[in-house]
Design a protein around this ligand. Structure first.
Ligand SMILES: *[C@@H]1O[C@H](CO)[C@@H](O)[C@H](O)[C@H]1NC(C)=O
Ligand SMILES: *[C@@H]1O[C@H](CO)[C@@H](O)[C@H](O)[C@H]1NC(C)=O
Length: 425
């Protein structure tokens, strides 16, 4: 009996020591691989456009554009900056962009060795894989902390900037669930419902200087490169929102994802085919807590800047929908939903997402938050007809695997995942 207990303790201790060692190694590697700030990077202008072939006009044969009496010609935009915000269905959008990029053989500005541009440090163009001054890149879409002057120097001047926002209360809840454990100040919250406890008196727990604290206050505003700890009535907040509005042609909303994609198609002159998607990286329903009105109000107050940001772009979003035409929008959304459903029937075993434990292929296994297996994934159907096989696989491939397929070396991310597997975190 004692022997057994002793063995158990020894194995726990061994686990702890191993875990500590590996984590230290990881942190060291992370630091070593941190971007070298190259202050004297040469400034060679990139061409006006990086479209690498003569402008091709889109055949809008049966598109609603004709029914609107438009000429029916526009040129698909291939130079795109997608500002990927956190917890905003942006993995699904990345999948769309990856497929579009592959279809048109576009050049992505990817990060090196990991799946983001050294977030949360501000973006530097020297972080781009194989970057050389004056080089032409079409698309950039991995996580970054937006740094306008650097991004502008990287991309051609005809680049279309787009991004996506989500209701800040829902986003906060999601971020708390997904990243809460990464911010040490949450460790001392003892209550069962940590989120409610935190929102009762956030300043009691929150430490603006604390490690990873940005995940838990105005994360959207932080992602756009601004100071997330300002008071929401600080004049610099409005100024920053104005600068985002000037730079970004389209800011989509997660809550109206299909409508957003239709506006994206309209902005970039894409085809409906380009928009087909399955929801990737979605959280298991059982762990998604619905925010009660009181909690929601507290979350919005705590994330006051993001709430302002959201309201601003909610207004511009619906103005865009009005310009597009409400009826036309409803019709297009219906078509997109129908076609997605058709694709789901063709590609997905059982027609819907399943829990991580039920995913058979490792290549289809999504990345999980620390300490959980709450992110759902898919099983690819067997015996898919030849015409759809490739597309199905691409549509279902999680972000990290897709990045690897596109030639991004993710050794830091992979090693970190391996360490987590070993210590079972
Ligand atoms: C376009 O519309 C016409 C008439 O509505 C139809 O006969 C034709 O098949 C459609 N073409 C495509 C490519 O959907
Ligand atoms: C977003 O805009 C719509 C249309 O103007 C409005 O009805 C809705 O209440 C707004 N939502 C938010 C969260 O501000």
């Amino acid at each position: 009996m004692i022997g057994k207990q002793g063995r158990q303790w020894r194995s726990i201790c061994k686990g702890l020591v191993l875990g500590t060692l590996l984590t230290s190694c990881m942190i060291l590697l992370y630091c070593l691989s941190a971007p070298q700030v190259q202050l004297n990077l040469q400034e060679v202008p990139v061409p006006y456009s990086c479209a690498h072939r003569p402008a091709r006009t889109l055949q809008v044969s049966n598109s609603s554009q004709i029914s609107l009496g438009l000429t029916g010609t526009c040129t698909p935009k291939v130079d795109v900056m997608f500002m990927k915000t956190h917890k905003t269905a942006s993995s699904t959008l990345l999948n769309i962009l990856f497929r579009f990029g592959e279809k048109h053989r576009l050049k992505f500005a990817f990060p090196n060795s990991r799946n983001d541009f050294f977030y949360p440090s501000l973006f530097q163009r020297s972080q781009v894989k194989d970057y050389r001054p004056g080089m032409c890149f079409n698309i950039i879409c991995n996580h970054m902390r937006f740094n306008e002057p650097e991004v502008v120097k990287l991309l051609p001047s005809d680049t279309t900037y787009v991004s996506i926002l989500r209701d800040p209360a829902e986003l906060f809840e999601s971020s708390f669930h997904y990243f809460g454990r990464l911010a040490p100040f949450t460790w001392k919250i003892s209550a069962e419902d940590k989120l409610a406890e935190f929102l009762q008196d956030p300043w009691h727990y929150f430490d603006p200087e604390g490690y990873n604290s940005f995940y838990l206050k105005n994360l959207l505003f932080f992602d756009f490169g601004f100071d997330n700890t300002m008071e929401s009535d600080d004049p610099r907040v409005d100024e920053s929102i104005r600068s985002i509005a000037e730079r970004f042609r389209l800011v989509m909303l997660v809550e109206y994802f299909e409508e957003s994609l239709i506006l994206l198609k309209d902005t970039l002159c894409w085809e409906m085919d380009d928009l087909l998607f399955f929801k990737l990286n979605a959280r298991k329903g059982s762990t998604v807590s619905r925010l009660k009105p009181e909690l929601r109000a507290q979350a919005l107050e705590w994330n006051g800047i993001d709430w302002k940001l959201y309201q601003h772009f909610n207004a511009t979003f619906w103005r865009k929908v009005d310009v597009y035409g409400r009826q036309r929008m409803a019709k297009d959304v219906e078509e997109l939903r129908r076609r997605n459903k058709e694709m789901a029937a063709i590609c997905i075993e059982g027609g819907q997402a399943v829990e991580a434990g039920s995913i058979q292929e490792t290549a289809m296994q999504p990345w999980q938050p620390i300490g959980e297996k709450s992110i759902m994934g898919y099983n690819l159907k067997k015996n898919i007809d030849k015409k759809h096989r490739k597309l199905c696989r691409k549509m279902l491939t999680p972000e990290l695997q897709y990045l690897t397929n596109l030639g991004v070396n993710l050794w830091i991310t992979r090693l970190w995942g391996y360490v987590r597997d070993v210590i079972n975190w």
